[in-house]
Design a protein around this ligand. Structure first.
Ligand code: LLP
Length: 442
């Protein structure tokens, strides 16, 4: 996080609180979120997109993509910073509402929303429901009619642009589950308009995640705008939602463009596309998750064992910590890179090549694949892994019946638990087979 420093004793300090006291008080592994950093990132992102939109004569709404990390506390932080919230399940919807999000400023996603989820979203009065398939048009129309409401909807299309990190690929056919083919946007948009219980807001597209520059978004916007213009010929299309996916730095090798430059690049592409098509610039919407919360989080682990292993590159020290793929699945899932620091003290020892491994029964249970830590890192030391605010807690599991860690918020010296950690008793409480009477079949 932006606030990370060291105290006189060499301990890592986050949000004004030292790592060792956090670990002593709440145990490890521990997710630590810097509240001030989340708020600042939310405000900066909003300002960047609003300023870029204003420059091209329109407005922008920034939704926080709750899938990155969602709890009632972060809902308050981001909504107080002026963000809307994007959810993609009944569970996320319930948390967003419990956190006080204004229903009209919620977006609801999903490629296979259940009837119950659609009904709950309509009932809550979500401001935009994102239709992901042809089948869903009738489903949502029926639910809205049954509730006596007019539901605002976007149509998610597949622009054929696929981006990840600093590359993007534009193809004619995209073989993936989200959205409808771009070529059907007009037909399905018209279909939405034919339902009196639906109000068509416009097209939506999300091209990928951890993207470092504006080029892929610009290409996608250009493709979408052609369909947007065709739809404008037969009725209003007030908005265009270009999704999220803006990248963050996980290691020193990552160099994402600042969000202002990305916002400006997208705005320029939208303005240019609209000029070429002779149409007014629509209102814009974006859905960043990772950029808001990722860099604001760190995970603290306690080192248990250290083992030197000979490799082709020389000795590699396997530093095993008390968590792993259950609290951070991203190396196991994506081969994701992270960086780590010794957090309980500083050391003048030379650096050694380490691999930070978890405690799970799986060889791929790695938290940080390659890192250099002081040679004397050993049992009892605390290690902090940076940029774990996004897609770590939200992708966490109970693999090996390991309880999920707590999430604490730090802010200028204050500490607060925002999500309680699980206990083994929590896990056992759901295991009803040990009921002594033997009669429970609930
Ligand atoms: N909007 C939509 C429709 C999305 O599907 C996503 C992410 C976002 C917004 C937010 O994207 P962000 O700004 O956070 O990149 N588990 C993966 C990331 C999956 C992203 C899924 N969709 C990871 O850990 O990298």
């Amino acid at each position: 996080p932006a606030s990370a420093t060291r105290d006189e004793a060499g301990r890592l300090v986050v949000g004004g609180v030292d790592a060792e006291s956090l670990a002593a008080r709440f145990g490890t592994p521990l997710y630590v979120l810097d509240e001030g950093d989340v708020r600042a990132r939310a405000a900066r992102t909003r300002t960047a997109f609003e300023a870029a939109a204003r420059r091209i004569g329109t407005e922008a709404t920034v939704y926080y993509a709750g899938k990155a990390f969602l709890s009632t506390a972060i809902v308050r932080w981001v909504t107080e910073s002026g963000l809307a919230v994007d959810v993609c399940s009944g569970g996320e919807l319930a948390v967003a509402l419990a956190g006080g999000a204004e229903p009209a400023r919620l977006g609801f996603h999903g490629n296979n929303k259940s009837e119950a989820e659609i009904a709950a979203a309509v009932e809550a009065g979500v401001g935009a429901l994102i239709i992901d398939s042809e089948i869903e048009i009738e489903r949502v129309a029926r639910a809205a009619a049954a509730a006596g409401r007019v539901q605002r909807v976007r149509l998610r299309v597949n622009s054929g642009v696929h981006a990840s990190t600093h590359e993007f690929l534009a193809t004619a056919h995209e073989d993936q589950k989200f959205g409808v083919t771009l070529g059907r946007a007009v037909e399905l948009g018209e279909r939405i308009r034919s339902h009196p219980s639906l109000e068509f807001l416009g097209l939506h597209c999300h091209i990928g995640s951890q993207i470092f520059d504006a080029a892929g978004f610009a290409e996608s916007a250009a493709r979408l705008l052609a369909e947007h213009a065709a739809l404008l010929a037969t009725g209003p299309v007030p908005e265009l939602n270009l999704g999220g996916g803006f990248g963050i730095a996980y290691t020193a090798a990552d160099d994402p463009a600042p969000i202002e430059r990305i916002a400006d690049g997208i705005a320029d592409a939208v303005a240019e596309g609209c000029r070429a098509l002779g149409i007014p610039v629509p209102k814009l919407a974006f859905e960043p998750g990772r950029t808001i919360v990722g860099p604001a989080g760190v995970t603290l682990y306690r080192v248990g064992t250290v083992k030197p292993v000979p490799t082709e590159e020389g000795w590699r020290h396997y530093v095993s910590v008390d968590g792993g793929m259950s609290d951070n699945a991203r190396f196991a899932l994506y081969g994701a890179d992270y960086s780590a620091r010794l957090a309980s003290r500083s050391s003048a020892e030379p650096a050694a090549l380490v691999r930070i491994a978890g405690k799970h029964c799986e060889a791929g249970d790695i938290v940080v694949d390659r890192e250099y830590l002081p040679h004397d890192v050993g049992p009892g030391d605390l290690v902090a892994v940076a940029a774990t605010g996004a897609y770590c807690w939200s992708l966490s599991s109970n693999y090996n019946h390991v309880p999920r860690p707590a999430v604490v918020a730090v802010d200028r010296g204050a500490v607060r638990v925002i999500v309680r950690g699980e206990t083994i008793a929590d896990l056992l409480a759901r295991d009803v087979g040990h009921d002594a009477s033997g009669t429970s079949d609930a």
